[in-house]
Write a protein that binds this ligand. Structure first.
Ligand code: C5P
Length: 227
């Protein structure tokens, strides 16, 4: 059997990363969550004071882009890779609602996307990769052998994210999460640069009413047809 590239795109909180992680583990492939990279650049911008509510110093961010180093570091004890920004593990910080609130603004910038897409293509050059994001099947790996486009209704997605953050001990209201999910969907699908769209050859999966296990079994059937 040959190694393939699996591209998973879709709206926020559709379980893309969970599925991608499961697939990578099953197949012995590399898993890359590209959202983490956009989130890390967002965290950097917040730390430097380049972005805040009602303020965005795009120029300063673009000037410092070349100095931002991102990498994934595999943690055997956790069984997955964490995001490392300029040699600091930021896996926890990038998942906060504060970062979620700004990330789609950062992801609109063509220069930011160009930098990250280049790094993503490099990571996938030998195939055997499962990458999730918004533009993987359309821009990063237009020739991917298997492309999935994941959707679910906004309430279901917000509820999943809410339960996740609650379990982590975050104090947050359902409405805050729901509003953030809806706002990010809007910005991600309407931006000029690499908007979220379904690739022509992607398989759409609406998992509003699907269990993780059922979804995994379904997708593994698609994988078997390709390898
Ligand atoms: O996947 P996640 O929800 O963590 O992604 C956070 C944000 O990063 C998205 O809402 C989107 O604005 C941006 N993103 C993107 N392109 C990708 C991955 C994420 O624009 N490939």
């Amino acid at each position: 059997s040959s190694k393939i590239t699996i591209a998973i795109d879709g709206f926020s909180s559709t379980g893309k990363s969970t599925l991608a992680k499961q697939l990578a583990k099953e197949l012995g492939y590399v898993f890359v969550d590209t959202g983490a990279m956009y989130r890390a650049i967002t965290l950097f911008s917040m730390q430097q004071g380049y972005i805040s509510k009602d303020y965005f110093d795009t120029e300063s961010l673009l000037n410092s882009l070349p100095s931002i180093r991102l990498r994934f570091e595999f943690k055997p004890e956790m069984g997955f890779a964490v995001m490392v920004l300029n040699d600091v593990d930021v896996e926890k910080e990038i998942r906060t609602i504060a970062v979620s609130g700004f990330v789609s603004k950062i992801a609109e910038l063509a220069e930011v996307r160009a930098k990250l897409v280049e790094q993503q293509q490099e990571m996938g050059k030998d195939k055997g990769i499962v990458m999730d994001g918004r533009d993987i099947g359309t821009v990063v790996f237009p020739d991917a052998e298997l492309k999935l486009y994941m959707t679910a209704n906004a309430e279901t997605r917000a509820k999943r994210r809410y339960d996740e953050l609650l379990a982590k001990g975050d104090t947050i209201t359902f409405k805050e999460i729901y509003d953030n999910v809806v706002e990010r969907d809007y910005i991600d699908t309407h931006r000029d640069n690499s908007p979220l769209v379904k690739a022509n050859d992607a398989i759409e999966i609406d998992n509003s009413e699907m269990t993780r296990e059922a979804q995994f079994d379904l997708v593994m059937k698609f994988v078997q047809e390709k390898i």
